[in-house]
Design a protein around this ligand. Structure first.
Ligand code: GLN
Length: 201
């Protein structure tokens, strides 16, 4: 696969920013709203936004089932923030009717850093990037990962402050998820990691 076609789920949220970063890295990025568009992609990004809204729209657009099937059969997916919530097998503090796609054996807590904390920035220990450089991350009403199952690798934790040690990035096979928004900071290392995962798959 020379130029992978990477879809960005375009129900709601920061779609345009992901499309821009992916194109800058040489991927063919395209918006996904309908089942035929999903069928045409090699990988998918689920952007940040509001997970309850994205969940409702996935069901209304009849994308939930086909997407669950693609995830089961190995589609590489990168979820940021709301996208992380959608990839979780289990969530805490969801709304009563909220559903996830699942795929990653983890429990994710919505709005984990406190509802009053709308947004903040923090440096992360991100060992998976392998270059020893901290990753400067932007969090917006962000979730964190409460626990992970045996097949899930922790990619990053908060380095300091009240949330020190909290898991904020994970990988499970071809599935990648971050609590924060790598599309907003101009640091392309996590999207590059995702494109490496796509090429491996
Ligand atoms: N709190 C949001 C949710 O529950 C996620 C916020 C975000 O994606 N920036 O979906």
């Amino acid at each position: 696969m020379s130029t992978p076609v990477v879809g960005v789920l375009a129900m709601q949220g920061d779609v345009r920013e992901h499309v821009r970063v992916l194109r800058e890295l040489g991927a063919a990025a395209t918006r996904v709203r309908r089942p035929p568009e999903l069928a045409g992609v090699d990988a998918l990004v689920i952007p940040g936004g509001e997970s309850t809204t994205i969940d409702k729209l996935l069901r209304a657009f009849e994308l939930q089932e086909p997407l669950k099937q693609r995830i089961k059969t190995g589609l590489p997916v990168f979820g940021s923030c709301a996208g992380m919530i959608l990839l979780a097998d289990r969530i805490v503090d969801g709304t009563p009717d909220q559903q996830t796609l699942g795929g990653i054996d983890m429990t994710v807590r919505r709005n984990a850093f406190g509802r009053q904390v709308q947004s903040f920035e923090a440096d992360l220990d991100c060992t998976a990037l392998g270059d020893g450089q901290p990753y400067h991350a932007v969090f917006i009403r962000a979730p964190w990962v409460e626990d992970v199952g045996p097949g899930v690798d922790v990619l990053a934790t908060v380095a300091a402050g009240p949330a020190a040690g909290r898991i904020v990035a994970v990988r499970s096979g071809p599935l990648l998820a971050t609590s924060f928004h790598p599309e907003l900071t101009g640091d392309p290392r996590l999207h590059r990691l995702f494109l490496d995962v796509v090429k491996e798959s």
